[in-house]
Design a protein. Structure first.
Length: 59
């Protein structure tokens, strides 16, 4: 996870920041903030559960 993704994730989840606030803070559009959050959540999911196919075919 990149530093920007981590900063966006923590600000949204723990500080209660809005997408618009983060877009202005990081110089991004709201859609780019949403994309960074999606990447961060995907990274966390892979870190916890592994790749999607490993959940379906664990052998």
């Amino acid at each position: 996870m990149t530093k920007r993704q981590r900063a966006i994730f923590t600000a949204l989840r723990f500080e209660g920041a809005s997408y618009q606030d983060l877009a202005e803070r990081h110089g991004l559009s709201v859609e780019e903030v949403q994309g960074e959050l999606a990447c961060a959540l995907s990274w966390l999911s892979r870190a916890v559960y592994g790749h999607w196919w490993q959940r379906w075919w664990p052998w």
